[in-house]
Design a protein around this ligand. Structure first.
Ligand code: SF4
Length: 256
């Protein structure tokens, strides 16, 4: 995807002149958003969107699914569990119970055993079965396509609803805020919120709607490979010049 045109003529505050050789070779401007205006923050958010698109053009949902039902169940199972583990579990799960009707009629102890390795297996088995029963009873066995209907299903919160709408139906109703998206958004000063609902509210204000689905996948990929929770790899990070590194220790903040 082509880089967007440079945005506007906004003058953003310079932190300091680059001193290291690596920095002086970097043609990108170093920005300090500590006293950003609303307009400047929006401008920087757009640059971040463009840059992430450049860095992760193919980022996508890492849960494997063939239809909205599989994505819905996989997302419920992914709470407190890696997508890799969920993909291992769902390979057999969906062979055995391939649709809501069959999963609704499954024995709960067999379901518990099948999802055991994803953690919190009793609650998850109860939720996925409750979810399937409601799909069968109220939605003709189909996955609904609104946040309100999706969040009426057992085990489905706003994040799961956004994942399903965005990745299974291509509907952008919000930004999926998981642990990676929340952490990186705070470091980038796109939000101060620690809870996902408020962080999402801030992100949808700054990011154009047509990027809502992709930005989550891209931030998640960035969080897995570069902006790690404990030791972010700021040196060499593709967002370095756009990131004030909020909340990071001084030695990482000054490592430009
Ligand atoms: S510069 Fe550091 S804190 Fe900012 S996004 Fe990159 S890795 Fe994360």
């Amino acid at each position: 995807m082509a880089r967007a045109k440079p945005h506007g003529t906004l003058k953003l505050e310079m932190r300091a002149k680059p001193t290291s050789q690596a920095s002086s070779e970097n043609p990108r401007t170093h920005i300090v958003p500590s006293r950003e205006t609303r307009l400047q923050r929006r401008e920087r958010a757009l640059q971040i969107v463009d840059r992430l698109e450049e860095l992760y053009p193919d980022a996508d949902c890492s849960l494997r699914f063939k239809n909205p039902f599989e994505l819905l169940i996989s997302t419920i199972l992914s709470a407190q569990c890696t997508d890799k583990r969920v993909n291992l579990v769902t390979r057999d799960l969906f062979k055995r119970w391939p649709n809501p009707h069959k999963m609704a009629a499954a024995s709960i102890s067999e379901l518990e055993n099948a999802v055991k390795t994803t953690g919190f297996f009793r609650a998850k088995a109860k939720n996925i079965q409750g979810c399937c029963r409601k799909l069968v009873d109220q939605f003709d066995g189909n996955v609904p396509q609104t946040v309100e209907e999706l969040t009426s299903l057992p085990g489905v919160g706003r994040k799961t609803a956004n994942v399903v709408l965005g990745s299974a139906f291509g509907v952008a109703e919000g930004v999926v805020v998981d642990t990676h998206v929340g952490r990186i958004s705070r470091r980038l000063a796109l939000t101060k919120a620690k809870d996902a609902i408020r962080a999402e509210r801030d992100l949808v204000r700054e990011i154009p709607r047509n990027h809502w689905v992709a930005i989550s996948h891209r931030l998640i990929q960035h969080g897995r490979g570069t902006c790690l929770a404990r030791k972010p790899r700021c040196a060499g990070c593709g967002l370095e010049d756009l990131c004030p590194r909020v909340g990071l220790p001084r030695h990482l903040k000054n490592s430009r």
